[in-house]
Each structure stands twice: as C-alpha cells, then as structure tokens.
Design a protein around this ligand. Structure first.
Ligand SMILES: [Zn+2]
Ligand SMILES: [Zn+2]
Length: 213
C-alpha cells in the first residue's frame, strides 16, 4: 500500500467496524506528509518504531492503529471465506486486489473482480467456483461464464493451485491484450471504455472534450 493516501477501501477497523482508516506514515515526515496529515489523508506515526512491526493504518473514527502490510481487505477475506481456504492460499493461486461486485448479476454466484482495469473475475457458488473474463456492462454474464472447462472445485484450489493459477493467468492475459492505450492519460483502458475515433479513454474524452475542443 506504499504511496496510498486517504481512506483505504475495504479496510474495516477491527475496533469499531468502520471503513475510515488512513495509512500511517512512519519515521521523520518528509515531503508533503504534513500537508496530507492536516487534510486527514494520512496519519503521522512518529519515529518510535515497534521492532515487532508497525501497524500500517489508523482509524479516523476511533483512533485505533492496526493492520499489517499485505493483510487482506474485507472483500479479499470474504472471498477466502467463501472459498473455504486461507487468504494466503487465495493470494498465491489467484493474486490480490479482489473487489466484491455488489450487486452482482442474479445468477447464483458471488462475483469478485481483480485488476485495474479489471482483468479477471471469479464467481463462487455452493459447488465451487468459475473463473471468467470481467463482466462488462453491455454483455450478459451468460456470454462470459464458461459452461465446462473453467469450473473448479474448492478442493482443486486447495490441492492443485497451479492449475487454477494457469487458468487465471490465461484469462487475465487475454483480457490485457484487448486493452487500448489512452494517448491522453497514457493508461490502459478496456475496449468498452475506449473511444477509437478520439483514441482516448472515455473518462478522458468526457473530462477534456471541452478543453481540447
Ligand atoms: Zn475504528
Ligand atoms: Zn485516458
């Protein structure tokens, strides 16, 4: 989370249950840390470090300092719980950055998506889980949920994670190949969020259309 400022999405304070925690900057504050702290976007931890490891977040609601680098977000922990494995198992096999698609499609699965822009989604149900391309707004999920090969059982994730990883990477690689690079913000965008005529992402198109004319 290094470099992140502001309230960290999905990090729910174990003290008060609120989602209002900001990163702690440890050591001598440098650069704009003071200004960020004044605006409440980070917390200054000071120079007295704990040899056991410092907490990385401070809750703005109750003041609790908590969390460690690499902890799962609430959504990531929820995914691990649904898959009935530990978070490290999910992390090793499927990577991180999982966000719950809420509300997801009404298809019996609980869907999570990972990647920025989204590159992989996982749907969990009573039987196991499926890996699929991320849902795009204009495409019904039935088109992207595979019927056969990409269905896995929880046991496969537990005992044959390499197969799951290979399938996950194959999907994510294919999705990344479809990305176009925006010539304005110079970030990748999925095809549905890219204007081919303007050769920029739709976000830039909306933000700068009146400036560029
Ligand atoms: Zn709290
Ligand atoms: Zn752009």
């Amino acid at each position: 989370m290094s470099g992140a400022v502001g309230i960290q999405a999905g990090r729910v304070c174990p003290g008060c249950g609120r989602e209002e925690s900001v990163p702690i900057v440890w050591g001598m504050p440098a650069g704009d840390s003071f200004e960020l702290a004044e605006r409440g976007l980070v917390s200054l931890g000071g120079c007295l470090r704990d040899p056991e490891g410092d907490p990385v977040l401070e809750c703005r609601a109750c003041g609790l300092a908590w969390g460690r680098e690499g902890d799962p977000t609430a959504d990531e922990q929820a995914l691990a719980d649904l898959l009935r494995v530990t978070w490290p198992t999910v992390l090793r096999a499927l990577g991180a950055g999982w966000r719950w698609e809420d509300p997801g499609p009404e298809d019996g699965f609980r869907w999570f998506v990972s990647g920025e822009p989204a590159q992989l989604s996982i749907g969990v149900d009573a039987v196991g889980f499926v890996l699929a391309r991320p849902l795009v707004a204009w495409s019904p999920r039935q088109d992207v949920v595979p019927s056969g090969g990409l269905r896995f059982t929880r046991e496969q994730l537990q005992w044959f994670p390499a197969e799951v990883t290979a399938e996950a990477e194959a999907i994510a690689t294919g999705v990344r190949r479809s990305f176009r690079w925006c010539r304005t913000c110079r970030r990748p965008a999925p095809p549905e969020a890219f204007d081919r005529t303007e050769r920029m992402c739709t976000a830039c198109d909306e933000a700068y259309a009146h400036v560029a004319g």
